[in-house]
Design a protein around this ligand. Structure first.
Ligand code: PFF
Length: 444
């Protein structure tokens, strides 16, 4: 079904970095550790690992496979596996596109805060204290300016296309992220107070085990692997037919989980180091500070107590967070951009500015109505849209897609797969177990 002139990732490494780039993001470095910290540490970690490998990984294979089979934007790819219901298939593609655009509209706000924190450290380093204060203070104008800058960065990468934009930047930035991350974690672990954080993270407190915890862990796993909103589907559509999808998806899931786990080793000890330095990490009621307060208040306050070294470390930390956010946001923007360029037959550089502009406007509306909309959009997309769409994709792959076509597609790039356990389990697993598990968690 290849369309000939369509772009493709030029190497396996490039694809791996792009897909891991999409997966590794604010969700890993900010979301996962803080969820773990407030949900019983290791208990959350265990349930999360279970969710990633039992539920999210098989669905990641499914989404990548739909995309690679279709070799087209998500609307067409879904139509190609559901040719009898072209309208419904298009509706699903559009739903994914809208959901991912809404995710980008709040993600860009969070990324804007990260940019603000980074600029603040840079300004402080060169003595521009008033500017440092402004970019770091929560406020409508500051949020707006930072969000717009981040959206322009995202648009510029996506405008350059799959190989020269997405693949090139992901391949450059992701290795930098891994190195910075390892350096920071080792450094934090040497500081006074770190062991208390480690204990909270690694010693399970089973009293936290509840259905809420299971739902949070599932949502976190879907968000972290960028599932349900066609981002992985569109990356799969740029994959060559000789790529082994189950193996590559496993590498993406492992890298993503590795970074989430590592972020716990970084953030939880950092919280307690901050506490040792006089920074409050619990609120008046004795509960751990909420995640936004934690990363944007506690960590900078901790860096502040370390003098000039703290400024350097803080710059490293926020550069790392921004890299993670950018390699995720480009995968989000690519979904509507690929749909619009291919469906409307328009040129990428025009489309990307239009769609980037519309998402920026939506994001601005959220900023102006922050108290009402920010949490609402996060819940609507990550708690409802992602699991429900992922459930529908599993049902499509399991029940609607012609079995012979599905199996032939999975076998491409991996002719020996028929001897593997994956081959024996996966097809009925996505058909029965994945939908059942998602429904069970949603109902509970
Ligand atoms: N996986 C990203 C993170 O953990 O931050 C977020 C994300 C990227 C969600 C792409 C959805 C998506 F389509």
């Amino acid at each position: 079904m290849a369309t000939g002139s369509r772009a493709q990732f030029s190497s396996r490494f490039g694809f791996l970095m792009a897909a891991a780039g999409s997966a590794v993001g604010v969700g890993n470095i900010w979301g996962f550790p803080t969820q773990a910290a407030s949900n019983g540490g290791a208990v959350f970690l265990l349930v999360y690992l279970f969710m990633v490998f039992i539920l999210a990984y098989p669905l990641l294979v499914a989404e990548l496979t739909i995309g690679r089979y279709g070799q087209a934007n998500p609307i067409k790819s879904i139509q190609s596996i559901w040719p009898k219901q072209k309208m419904a298939a298009a509706g699903l593609g559009i739903a994914g596109m809208v959901a991912v655009s809404m995710i980008l509209s709040f993600y860009a706000i969070v990324a804007g805060w990260l940019l603000g924190s980074l600029l603040s450290s840079l300004f402080a380093l060169i003595g521009l204290d008033a500017a440092a204060e402004w970019v770091n203070t929560f406020g409508t104008e500051r949020n707006l300016v930072m969000m717009v800058i981040f959206m322009i960065m995202t648009v510029r990468v996506v405008k350059s296309g799959v190989t020269d934009g997405i693949e090139r930047w992901s391949s450059r930035l992701m290795p930098v992220l891994f190195i910075l991350f390892a350096l920071l974690t080792v450094y934090i672990l040497t500081l006074d107070g770190a062991s208390e954080g480690l204990e909270m993270y690694l010693v399970p407190d089973f009293s936290h085990l509840s259905s809420d915890l299971v739902i949070s862990a599932m949502g976190q796993a879907f968000f972290s692997l960028s599932l349900g909103v066609c981002a992985m589907m569109v990356y799969g559509s740029y994959l060559s037919k000789d790529t082994n999808i189950p193996k590559t998806a496993a590498q993406v899931a492992l890298l993503d989980t590795g970074v989430a786990f590592g972020a716990g080793l970084l953030i939880l000890p950092a919280m307690f180091v901050a506490q040792k330095n006089g920074v409050e990490i619990y609120d008046a009621a004795g509960a751990l500070l909420s995640s936004d307060t934690l990363v944007f208040t506690v960590l900078p306050a901790m860096f502040d107590t370390m003098g000039t070294m703290g400024i350097v470390i803080s710059i490293l930390f926020f550069v790392l967070m921004l890299i993670a956010a950018l390699t995720s946001s480009i995968s989000m923007l690519e979904v509507p951009v690929s749909c619009a360029t291919e469906e409307l037959n328009k040129d990428r550089s025009t489309v990307v500015w239009w769609i980037g502009g519309i998402i920026t406007l939506v994001s601005a509306v959220i900023i102006f109505n922050y108290a009402d909309l920010f949490g609402l959009v996060i819940t609507a997309t990550t708690v409802y849209a992602q699991p429900i769409l992922a459930l529908i994709f599993a049902l499509l792959v399991g029940w609607v897609w012609r079995r012979d076509q599905l199996l032939t597609e999975i076998k491409q790039g991996n002719p020996e797969i028929e001897d593997s356990l994956f081959w024996k389990i996966w097809p009925w697993y996505v058909r029965v177990v994945c939908p059942a598990l998602i429904i069970l968690v949603l109902i509970s």
